[in-house]
Design a protein around this ligand. Structure first.
Ligand code: ATP
Ligand code: MG
Length: 242
């Protein structure tokens, strides 16, 4: 086990209104999981990811990490969150600077990740010169450069056109397989969850609760138009009640 959640609840208070965003969440994430949190808008996916990753500190319940500290975490965000005044190289370098990695090592590690994501040509470019797909490649290179033990991703493909998203999903899968890192990813797309995950937590809304945690039984590489795939899609649709 790398991360476990016990009885996690989260209430947002706005004016005098209270909103139970997460209601008694229990989850265990294993080392090497590709764990997907799937649910409709407003079901508390991002809030749950923020709590798991230590970004959100106010909640009730218990969060346990085993063999990892916050320095082992990386993040990939839907809107990329690149710094516009830094070059691609400098954006990717940030995590290494924060960890005090010496300059010669930084250079090599940044270039290795940029190459892995096919970004060698853009080393000196600025975010505004890149397409959405390229920006998210930088976002992923930035996440990988610190050799994280867990990568938290919040809808990393949903701001991209469908071709870029499809290509990048495959690359993230390869990266996961080769690095054997743990990935916890949020999505609202059932097909994306089924393509990538080995386990899926299905969230329902109002209040955000876990409807089920499913093992993904589909063999890899996933056949997206197979009968097994469609059956799993239907099963999950029923759980979400859509
Ligand atoms: N900072 C906040 N203050 C008040 N309410 C919030 C805050 N953040 C989220 N909420 C509320 O908590 C609930 C869960 O929000 P959250 O963003 O976690 O959902 P989500 O599943 O990620 O949705 P989406 O798919 O639209 O991103 C929503 O009803 C939202 O309005
Ligand atoms: Mg969200």
């Amino acid at each position: 086990m790398i991360l476990s959640l016990k009885n996690i609840s989260k209430i947002f208070v706005e004016d005098s209104n209270k909103l139970l965003a997460l209601d008694n969440i229990n989850l265990e994430i294993a080392q090497g999981d590709f764990f997907v949190i799937l649910g409709p808008s407003g079901s508390g996916k991002s809030t749950l990811l923020r709590i798991m990753s230590g970004l959100e500190k106010e909640f009730s319940g218990k969060l346990n990490y085993e063999g990892v500290t916050k320095n082992d975490f990386s993040f990939v965000f839907q809107q990329f969150a690149l710094l516009p005044y830094l070059s691609v190289f400098q954006n990717v370098e940030l995590g290494l600077l924060a960890r005090g990695v010496p300059k010669n090592q930084r250079h090599e590690r940044v270039l290795t990740e940029l190459k892995k994501l096919g970004l060698e040509k853009f080393v000196k470019s600025y975010p505004k010169e890149l397409s959405g797909g390229q920006k998210q490649r930088v976002g992923i290179a930035r996440a990988l450069v610190t050799s994280p033990k867990i990568i938290f991703m919040d809808e990393p493909f949903s701001a991209l056109d469908s071709f870029s998203a499809e290509a990048l999903r495959k690359e993230v899968l390869d990266i996961w397989r080769i690095s054997q890192t743990t990935i916890v990813m949020v999505t609202h797309l059932i097909s994306e969850a089924l393509e990538l995950s080995n386990r899926i937590a299905v969230l329902t809304s109002k209040p955000g609760q876990i409807e089920a945690v499913l093992e993904n039984p589909l063999s890899r590489p996933r056949q997206l138009r197979s009968e097994g795939f469609f059956k799993m899609e239907d099963k999950i649709k029923e759980l979400i009640k859509i």
